[in-house]
Design a protein around this ligand. Sequence first.
Ligand code: SF4
Ligand code: SF4
Length: 117
Amino acid sequence: MPWIDKDKCIGCKICVKECPVNAISMRKGKAEIDMEKCIRCGKCHEVCPQEAVRHDSEKIPLEVEENIKKTKELMKNFDSKEEKQAFLERMIKHFNKEIKVAEKTINEIKKWEVENG
Ligand code: SF4
Ligand code: SF4
């Protein structure tokens, strides 16, 4: 999913005009994407002269950092070594579940692409 690097955006509004579903608006001189409206067409990424529309994959390190931070915060709720260890195992299960959801979703989409190709 696309996102705007506010440091790079110069507020030219080209993406606003090009978005087919009016998902982009301006806030304080910078473009902003309404993810509820965005249909992931990639047009904004193509037309931005500043390369301010970035790909989701660039957020992976940030999301990992957030997950680690959240896990450390939640771990503070447990006192004993055993409780902390059990909690960590539950978190690992949770993230493993996320992997499985993504894998199964990708497999279903791939099948769908073949059927409609
Ligand atoms: S096209 Fe790029 S620089 Fe122009 S408003 Fe959109 S994101 Fe900002
Ligand atoms: S990806 Fe397409 S629909 Fe989404 S904000 Fe960009 S131009 Fe609009």
